[in-house]
Write a protein that binds this ligand. Structure first.
Ligand code: IYR
Length: 226
């Protein structure tokens, strides 16, 4: 961990450069849409790896980086994950969830069927670590240590992951099948890791449709105190 300090290398930009980068980023990010219909066209692996490296550069509580990013392209594993996710979602849509939930998700046009989990060339499944485990190098004995702000840290990292994938010209779906215990079982994750989000990544299917959503304006969400 951090036991020394180095001088920050900070890239001061000219005001023009600041504005143009900021505007360009905004315009690009505004075109991001959650996609639910994927093509099976292959995706260069480096785009996935770079997005995960970007996410891994995110700030995290005590810099513990309490996350694992599982990348699944294997057909049988994708099928298993689809079937398990559909079992949970079928229960959600048909029995488990209240009318208010059904009404809230209705405009998105979703249902329990998740063919995109198999169609997308890659699934990135993010796991959050509830605590850390370290091994004593001398004795090999394992002990646990506490993580801080796990949900916040992983959320920030996932935001950076989605931004990287979008800027790389890829489409994503942030899917949180509830409950997500099956992800840890299928991917054989250790007990301190819990499923956080399942993200199919790829290109949109030809003619893919998205709901005609609008976003709140910046004035609705920003409160300025001068
Ligand atoms: N997880 C379900 C339903 C769903 C819930 C919310 I909250 C969304 O923003 C979108 C969908 C599904 O994926 O179908």
């Amino acid at each position: 961990m951090l036991d020394r300090f180095i001088t920050l290398k900070f890239n001061y930009l000219t005001p023009d450069e600041q504005l143009s980068r900021s505007r360009e980023f905004l315009e690009r990010m505004r075109t991001r849409r959650t996609v639910r219909d994927f093509d099976n066209k292959p995706v260069p692996f480096e785009l996935i790896q770079n997005a995960i490296a970007t996410a891994n550069s995110a700030p995290s509580g005590a810099n513990h980086q309490p996350w694992t990013f599982c990348v699944v392209s294997n057909r049988e594993l994708k099928r298993k994950i689809r079937l398990a996710a559909e079992d949970e979602e079928r229960e959600n849509y048909q029995r488990r969830m209240k009318q208010e939930w059904l009404e809230a998700v209705h405009p998105l046009g979703t249902d329990w069927m998740k063919p995109h989990i198999e169609d997308a060339p890659y699934l990135i499944i993010v796991f959050a670590h509830s605590h850390g485990i370290r091994k004593d190098p001398a004795t090999g004995a394992e002990s646990t240590y506490k993580h801080y702000y796990v949900t916040e840290s992983v959320g920030i990292a996932v935001g950076m992951l989605l931004a990287s994938l979008h800027l790389a010209g890829l489409a994503t779906l942030t899917h949180t099948p509830n409950p997500m215990g099956f992800l840890g079982e299928i991917l054989n994750r250790p007990p301190n890791e819990r499923g956080y989000v399942l993200i199919p990544v790829g290109y949109p299917a030809e003619g893919a449709k998205v709901p005609a959503l609008t976003k709140k304006t910046v004035d609705e969400v920003m409160v300025v105190y001068e």
